[in-house]
Design a protein around this ligand. Structure first.
Ligand SMILES: *Cc1c(COP(=O)(O)O)cnc(C)c1O
Length: 360
């Protein structure tokens, strides 16, 4: 079997062991005589799968009491609308930090529901850094403060939860969730599309403080109301059952591998291999400020962009795919989610050296 090193930003690589277990269980899950895809979401088999996935996720992330875990659909993009619809709670405005392409989309969507106060923006330096917290113009009356914890396109990461006083903190964790330990108690709402670091596309994870529920704007459709999903244990309608099942297998595997502290240790080591290779080179550049460099998504450029195509071709010939940068920024991008093994990152770092030696 030939597996590539897949550096895609999402949908992204999944652990081979998870895929193999899903394969082994595909047509007959645990002697049920059914595939998980064929199960009633209200049957005891599927109910046990979802309950176990939620319990494992709660343990992994250390989700405290007083929070609901929701398995939804619509991607992180739908959360750009659901967050304001549910959390504005009659207030005039919400605070947003603008650190890149995903922040911009979240801001644009939120403006349909209320006023948005952009507390700080990194647009002045092409979204290559996170504005210092001392520069944020926070509004103490804001309904919430929204941050994009990791900008998947720009490769800029916020490490830890910023201090926003008593205002609820909302974070788009799509591309860094489960990559490291986080203090969930510092956040009021965390959301993430599954296809980066959790499981297949089609599942969206939401973790929300219960006391904020039940105040959705008038006219909010049932499907967009967190309270309705929370009251129905994510079964108000048919949940994305197969996605929840695969996510559950991923959670089990992360637990078995030592949990999120161990993930963070490995992810830091992996990112260091690539950043060190970029910093040592006069042929490649990393555009992101050192203190804000993402552990998950690492954009880089060739000093001579005319060699981009040749670089990508050579990578592909060596079993490394999906290194082309996002169309909005160009260059290259390597995504190093949990499922990317150290060997894959080392192979890429070795290839950078080799390419530079032969082309420089
Ligand atoms: C991918 C991504 C999104 C959009 O996710 P969809 O599931 O495609 O809606 C939003 N925010 C961030 C940070 C992302 O990486």
């Amino acid at each position: 079997m030939d597996r590539v090193f897949n550096f895609s930003a999402g949908p992204a690589a999944l652990p081979l062991e998870v895929l193999q277990q899903a394969q082994a269980e595909l047509v007959d899950w645990h002697g049920s005589g059914m595939s998980v895809m064929e199960m009633s979401h209200r049957g005891k088999e599927y109910m046990s799968i979802q309950a176990e996935a939620e319990a494992d996720l709660r343990e992994l992330l250390g989700v405290p009491g007083g929070y609901k875990v929701l398995f939804l659909q619509g991607g992180a993009s739908l959360q750009f609308a659901m967050a304001p619809m549910n959390l504005l709670r009659g207030r005039a405005s919400a605070d947003y930090l603008n650190t890149g392409e995903w922040s911009k989309k979240a801001i644009k969507e939120a403006r349909k529901f209320g006023a948005v106060n952009v507390v700080a923006s990194a647009e002045d330096r092409n979204f290559s850094y996170v504005p210092a917290q001392s520069q944020w113009r926070l509004d103490t009356d804001a309904a919430y403060v929204h941050i994009t914890q990791n900008e998947t396109i720009g490769g800029v990461e916020i490490f830890g939860a910023p201090d926003v006083g008593g205002v609820p903190l909302v974070s788009d964790m799509s591309s860094m969730i489960l990559s490291q330990a986080v203090d969930v108690s510092r956040y009021s709402l965390i959301y993430a599309g599954a296809q980066k670091n959790i499981g297949p596309a089609g599942l969206t994870l939401v973790i929300v403080r219960e006391d904020l529920l039940g105040q959705a704007a008038a006219g909010t459709p049932a499907m967009l109301d967190y309270k309705i999903h929370a009251d129905g244990d994510s079964m108000y309608n048919t949940p994305p059952t197969y996605g929840v099942y695969i996510a559950g297998l991923v959670f089990k595997r992360l637990k078995a591998k030592g949990g999120l502290a161990e993930m963070e240790r490995v992810n830091r080591a992996k990112a260091k291999i690539l950043y060190d290779a970029l910093d040592a080179s006069s042929f490649f550049d990393s555009p992101v400020a050192k203190e804000n460099r993402s552990l998950m998504n690492i954009p880089f450029t060739l000093k001579n962009p005319e060699l981009d195509e040749e670089f990508l071709k050579g990578a592909k010939a060596r079993g490394m795919i999906q290194l082309k940068g996002h169309r909005s920024v160009g260059g290259m991008r390597a995504s190093l989610y949990n499922a990317m093994p150290v060997e894959g990152v080392q192979a890429l770092a070795d290839y950078l050296k080799e390419f530079e030696k032969t082309r420089a």
